[in-house]
Design a protein around this ligand. Sequence first.
Ligand SMILES: CC(C)(COP(=O)(O)OP(=O)(O)OC[C@H]1O[C@@H](n2cnc3c(N)ncnc32)[C@H](O)[C@@H]1OP(=O)(O)O)[C@@H](O)C(=O)NCCC(=O)NCCS
Length: 202
Amino acid sequence: MQTPPPSAFIIPIPLRSPLLRLPPRRPHKTSYSVSALFPNPSSSSSSSYSTSDADLSSRGFHLRRTPDGLNLAHLNSVFASVGFPKRDLDKIRTALDHTDCLLWVEYEKTKRPVAFARATGDGVFNAIIWDVVVDPSFQGIGLGKAVMERVVGELLGKGIRNIALYSEPRVLGFYRPLGFVADPDGIRGMVYSRKQQQKKKK
Ligand SMILES: CC(C)(COP(=O)(O)OP(=O)(O)OC[C@H]1O[C@@H](n2cnc3c(N)ncnc32)[C@H](O)[C@@H]1OP(=O)(O)O)[C@@H](O)C(=O)NCCC(=O)NCCS
């Protein structure tokens, strides 16, 4: 994806990545690529987080920034609980090995992951955020926002200015206040369509 100009965009595109597959109970035809260019890295400083690490900790939610201690089977269960397909654990491990920035929240009482997000990229210019998820029992209490703020903050801290993600239409309202906008200057995201290629071959 070419680096877009400093503005934002939403793009209807067929969702193909297994890492982003949508909940089967809510089928729809399109997803959206949402991108953000952040002109001011300081806007993501820890002081601008809506909830501090200490406050989260006092509520029993501990932020973890490495995969150490992350039970992948439990993570997979969280994925499944929001409708993502269950994935092969070895493949999740490989994906995490190739992840530049990762953040998860461990719930003190159960020691289980209850929120997660990660980003891949070239480490300098571009990053894409994947697998943003909060356990349904813990949704609506600020964990998704806390995780996203910190992932974005970490990427900006590395000087990465072009940060993108794919959003389900129903989640656009979650990402917008976090700085993500759709379709900047008419730019469209595109994804390789295996389905279309298969049709062509027939
Ligand atoms: C989307 C998701 C990550 C949000 O996490 P969450 O912990 O429930 O969200 P938070 O409690 O941090 O909400 C932060 C803010 O976003 C708002 N928000 C949350 N979900 C929203 C949605 N779907 N649409 C619009 N706003 C939303 C909240 O009202 C809150 O607003 P406030 O800051 O004004 O109070 C979570 O619902 C989830 O895991 N969903 C299933 C998986 C999924 O769809 N992931 C995204 C794939 S594209």
